[in-house]
Design a protein around this ligand. Structure first.
Ligand code: SF4
Length: 353
């Protein structure tokens, strides 16, 4: 049987696990230090940890369970990794360079069941959830890559926006966040972590009630139910009114700003009337919301969608601004490689077939 990745344990879980096997708390601290500060990739490299403890860990866990399958590097420094899981499935992880630091976009599921009609990732249905260990390991694999490059760079931001709906894998997503936030380990600040959901209303409420305290982004993509259902079939089950109620609950409870993601699809949702309708929908929430406009990356399988022109994007942005809505246009990364989320993975799977 495959052993799980040790990265799936929070510090408290590791302390309890070792404690139940006769090891005092400071031992968990030593192991944690080796994993996240010294960043060993084999238990045998944990030279500062007692031998019997190393042996115990070796018997029950792996450190690295993902194998690098493909790596694409773009001119702007974006690196797209395709990792193979122990069961042979492929997942994508992306390292992006920004002025403010280095961010990693992680995947939370193998495939996705939400079925957004523009998305390359959703072309392949969900076959399973990732464990929290597999999600943390994506960050660690990228950090190990940076360590090997040798410039002393460190992952500073995390976006949970890769393949899958993170709130459909809530328990593992939450454990993942607890691990990467731990100040003795990777110590990624809560304001540097963003989870993006297609709008699972009950989970937005649970997220608001939780102690995770990280940023939330909602994939809105349309200002009314008719259009949103066309673009995102999840809107049939969770219409905009229900989503907005959950968002209001989140804003009331946390007083944190949210991001509303809006992918611009040529002649579908990118016209001035859509911008006006969107401004009205955001309405009173405007002081706590930022609309992030995303220029579409066309994929062969969804030829019905094209990228909006620069002029259309600017006009949409200006209309929102005039209505007093805070908004931005997402900077693009890795345009010379398979830039759309899930594109590299689906290409490789097709090739294999
Ligand atoms: S956009 Fe996200 S939620 Fe929608 S199908 Fe793609 S991976 Fe799933």
């Amino acid at each position: 049987m495959n052993k799980p990745s040790i990265y799936g344990l929070t510090f408290e879980q590791l302390t309890d696990w070792l404690g139940e096997r006769g090891h005092r708390k400071f031992r968990a601290g030593q192991v944690w230090e080796q994993l996240y500060r010294k960043r060993v990739s084999a238990f045998s490299d944990m030279t500062e940890v007692r031998e019997d403890c190393v042996k115990l860990l070796e018997d029950h866990y792996e450190i690295m369970t993902l194998k690098e399958h493909t790596k694409q590097e773009a001119l702007d420094g974006t690196v797209k990794f395709l990792f193979q899981l122990v069961d042979g499935n492929l997942i994508e992880t992306v390292l992006m360079r920004h002025k403010f630091g280095l961010s990693v976009c992680v995947t939370t599921q193998v495939g996705c069941n939400i079925g957004c009609s523009f998305c390359a990732s959703g072309l392949l249905k969900k076959s399973r959830d990732l464990t929290s260990g597999e999600i943390v390991e994506q960050v660690m694999q990228v950090q190990h890559h940076l360590d090997q490059v040798g410039k002393g760079e460190k992952v500073s931001h995390i976006v949970v926006m890769g393949i899958g709906e993170p709130f459909d894998n809530y328990v593992h997503m939450a454990n993942f966040i607890r691990v990467i936030k731990d100040h003795k380990g990777l110590a990624i600040g809560p304001r540097h972590i963003t989870v993006s959901t297609s709008g699972l209303a009950d989970k937005i409420v649970a997220f608001a009630d939780s102690d995770l305290n990280v940023n939330l982004a909602i994939s809105l993509h349309a200002p009314n139910n008719e259009l949103r259902t066309r673009i995102m079939k999840i809107n049939k089950a969770i219409p905009i009114e229900k989503l907005m109620n959950a968002i209001d609950y989140y804003l009331d409870k946390t007083n944190r700003r949210i991001t509303l993601e809006y992918i611009l699809l040529k002649d579908v949702n990118d016209q001035p009337e859509h911008a006006l309708e969107l401004a009205e929908l955001v309405g009173e929430r405007r002081h706590l919301a930022n609309v992030n406009l995303i220029p579409y990356n066309p994929v062969d399988e969804h030829s019905q969608y094209q990228r909006s022109s620069k002029e259309t994007i600017t006009a949409f942005y200006d209309t929102l601004k005039k209505q007093g809505i805070s908004c931005s246009v997402r900077l693009e990364h890795g345009t010379d490689i398979d830039a759309a989320c899930g594109q590299l993975r689906s290409k490789q799977i097709k090739k294999a077939q």
